[in-house]
Design a protein around this ligand. Structure first.
Ligand SMILES: *Cc1c(COP(=O)(O)O)cnc(C)c1O
Length: 220
């Protein structure tokens, strides 16, 4: 099997499962944005995905994202942990940032803006600092700050399921947080949740954006 056929087959399977999960939550496949997470995979794989119609790609590291975005014209997402010394560069190549959880980082993103970014705020589902994310008090302050920005656009919330406990329980809690959030921030209704191991569960609980790598590209 060629790499093209392999990726095409896995992509088709993932798209089918996205469609089924979307239907379970009363939505359509077109309501869900698939971001293919290409971290650690080569530019040749991204070229194949683009040929197969994928328009959105995600990277976790600034240096890799900068290199790949320079080679491939697409909508580029950054979903890694934000480091202050990388913000200026991230603002050059990314179009969507999923992992904002610090007000001071947003201030730098406004100063470094070369074009408008769509911003998701990362929510902590378990208070574990090592996986990033804001608690609810910080989240609302941050949302107010981003919404007031003349430059960037507040898009919604993002979360990663904690390593312990069931994804269903975590995403059910996320759905509650999301419901409260959009009551206050009506213009930011998106929800970025779900990776290879749990995207169906995330869609059932309202995800509008899924970030999937290994189910399409194989194990890293
Ligand atoms: C790596 C990563 C993904 C994709 O993970 P897979 O298990 O390969 O699908 C999604 N979101 C974040 C934040 C990641 O770091």
């Amino acid at each position: 099997m060629t790499r093209f056929d392999e990726i095409a087959e896995k992509l088709a399977q993932v798209k089918e499962r996205i469609a089924v999960s979307a239907a379970h939550s009363g939505r359509q496949a077109t309501d869900i944005t698939l971001v293919v997470v290409t971290k650690t995979f080569p530019i040749s794989d991204i070229e194949i995905l683009k040929e197969l119609g994928v328009s959105d790609f995600g990277e976790n590291r600034d240096s890799d994202g900068a290199e790949k975005a320079a080679a491939i014209d697409a909508r580029w997402h950054f979903q890694g942990q934000i480091q202050s010394n990388k913000i200026r560069s991230i603002c050059t190549w990314s179009h969507v940032v999923h992992s904002l959880d610090e007000a001071r980082h947003f201030t730098m993103m406004e100063k470094s803006a070369l074009h408008p970014l769509q911003i998701f705020l990362q929510v902590s589902l378990d208070g574990a600092k090592n996986r990033g994310g804001a608690d609810s008090e910080k989240l609302y302050q941050l949302a107010g700050l981003v919404q007031a920005s003349p430059v960037h656009q507040l898009k919604g919330l993002m979360a990663v399921a904690p390593l312990t406990g069931s994804a269903a329980d975590s995403f059910s809690r996320l759905a509650d947080i999301h419901r409260d959030f959009i009551a206050e921030f009506k213009d930011a209704p998106s929800l970025s949740a779900g990776m290879s191991g749990d995207y169906e569960e995330a869609i059932i609980h309202g995800a509008t954006h899924v970030r999937i790598g290994s189910s399409i590209l194989g194990s890293r």
